[in-house]
Design a protein around this ligand. Structure first.
Ligand SMILES: Cc1cc2nc3c(=O)[nH]c(=O)nc-3n(C[C@H](O)[C@H](O)[C@H](O)COP(=O)(O)OP(=O)(O)OC[C@H]3O[C@@H](n4cnc5c(N)ncnc54)[C@H](O)[C@@H]3O)c2cc1C
Length: 316
C-alpha cells in the first residue's frame, strides 16, 4: 500500500495569528491540483479579503514558509505535502468588473471568466486568456500566455501583499515580465489586477475565443490530468527549436515512469495516467531533461512549479 503523508502531529496552527478567514491543519491538496497528486498542506489558509491576508502575514512568524496557490494548473505538489502555510484564494477573490476598456479581476478569477467578461463588454486583447486554465494570480506570477498574447501585454496595475503584511500597488514595469516568468519578489501575494484591452466587436472576439478553444482541443491533452507545458521553450537554441521538438527528438514521446507518461498528443505535456505519484511525474520530467541534454545539448528549464517535499523527507 502507498504511504500517505500527514502533518497530524503539527503544532503550527497554535503559532499563527487570528484571522477572519479559515485556517485548517493537515488539509489535503491533491484534489485541488490538475495532476491530482500530492500530499497535504501543514496548514491551509482561506482568507476572506486582502486585509485578512495582510493581518495574517504581519503576524505570521518569519520562520514559517508561506506558499500561495491558484487553481494548481501549473504545479506539481510533492507527495510529502507542503510544510508551513498554503494560502488559497477563494470566491471572495474571484470577482470581475469592467469600466471602459479595463477589467478589474480578483486574483482567483479564472482566466476563462476574464476572457468572457471582456468579450461581453467588447474589450479586445484578452481572448488569449480563454486558452489558459489558470487564475489571474497564477497568470501574473507566470506571465502566462497563449496564441500570441501574454499577461505582460494586458496588466496595468496589480494589488499584492508582502511577506511583512504591507498592501502594495504594482505597475506593469514592476513585474520584470519575461517569457513565462516574472522577476518580482516570489513572496508577494497578488490579490487583484487591473487589465487593459482596446475597444472591439463582441462577435469578432467570440470568434477568436472559439478558434482558440478548438485549436487547444486539437493539439493539447486538455482532458487529461496534466500541468500544461512542462518546460519553457529554450531562450537561446541556435536552431530555434521548441521544447516539444527537443523532447520528441530525444525519443521521449510516450515515455513512462510509474503512472506518469509523456503525452503522445503533445510531448511537452506530462500526464498522470491514473496511478502516478508526484515523484513519478517529477522523475519523468528529470529523465526527459537528462535525455534532451544528452541528445541536443539543451538544458530545459521547468515551466511547471514544484512545491512541497518528497514523501521520504516527511517521514524521516
Ligand atoms: C491543460 C493545460 C493547458 C495549459 N496551457 C497553458 C498555456 O497555453 N499558456 C500558459 O501560459 N500556461 C498554460 N498552462 C499552465 C497554467 O494554466 C498557467 O501557468 C496558469 O497561469 C497557472 O495559474 P494557476 O492559478 O493554476 O496557478 P498555480 O498553478 O496554482 O500556481 C502557479 C504559480 O503561481 C503562483 N501563484 C498562484 N496564485 C498566486 C497569487 N495569487 N499570488 C502570487 N502567486 C501566485 C504559485 O505560487 C505558483 O508559483 C496550462 C495548464 C494546463 C493544465
Amino acid at each position: 500500500m502507498t504511504a500517505v503523508a500527514s502533518f497530524a502531529q503539527s503544532t503550527l496552527l497554535s503559532r499563527l495569528p487570528g484571522v477572519r478567514g479559515k485556517l485548517s491543519a493537515n488539509e489535503s491538496l491533491a484534489g485541488q491540483s490538475w495532476f491530482r497528486v500530492g500530499g497535504p498542506a501543514e496548514v491551509l489558509f482561506k482568507p476572506v479579503d486582502t486585509e485578512d491576508i495582510a493581518t495574517f502575514m504581519a503576524g505570521c512568524p518569519a520562520d514559517v514558509p508561506v506558499t500561495v496557490i491558484g487553481v494548481a494548473s501549473n504545479l506539481i505538489i510533492r507527495d510529502g505535502g507542503v510544510p508551513g502555510v498554503v494560502i488559497r484564494l477563494g470566491p471572495d477573490f474571484a470577482r470581475t468588473t469592467t469600466e471602459g476598456t479595463a477589467v478589474t479581476a480578483g486574483a482567483a478569477a479564472l482566466d476563462m471568466n476574464v476572457a468572457k467578461v471582456a468579450q461581453t463588454a467588447g474589450i479586445t486583447g484578452m481572448a488569449f486568456l480563454s486558452g489558459i486554465p489558470g487564475s489571474v494570480g497564477g497568470g501574473l506570477r507566470m506571465n502566462a500566455g497563449a496564441y500570441g498574447g501574454e499577461f505582460k501585454d494586458i496588466v496595468t496595475t496589480a494589488t499584492a501583499v508582502t511577506r511583512r503584511g504591507q498592501i502594495v500597488s504594482l505597475k506593469n514595469a514592476d513585474f520584470g515580465f519575461t517569457y513565462r516568468h516574472t522577476a518580482i519578489d516570489p513572496t508577494m501575494i497578488f490579490t487583484s489586477a487591473v487589465l487593459h484591452g482596446t475597444s472591439g466587436d463582441p462577435a469578432v472576439i467570440l470568434q477568436e475565443m472559439q478558434r482558440i478553444q478548438s485549436a487547444r482541443g486539437d493539439t493539447q491533452p486538455i482532458r487529461e490530468k496534466t500541468g500544461g507545458s512542462t518546460f519553457a521553450n529554450p531562450d537561446h537554441d541556435p536552431q530555434g527549436r521548441k521544447s516539444w521538438q527537443l523532447v520528441d527528438a530525444a525519443g521521449c514521446r510516450g515515455l513512462r515512469v510509474g503512472g506518469a507518461q509523456v503525452s503522445e498528443k503533445h510531448c511537452n505535456f506530462l500526464i498522470n495516467t491514473g496511478t502516478a505519484t508526484a515523484a513519478d511525474i517529477e522523475n519523468l520530467g528529470e529523465t526527459v531533461r537528462r535525455r534532451v541534454l544528452e541528445t541536443s545539448g539543451v538544458e530545459l528549464r521547468w515551466e511547471i512549479k514544484r512545491i512541497g517535499i518528497p514523501l521520504e523527507d516527511q517521514q524521516s
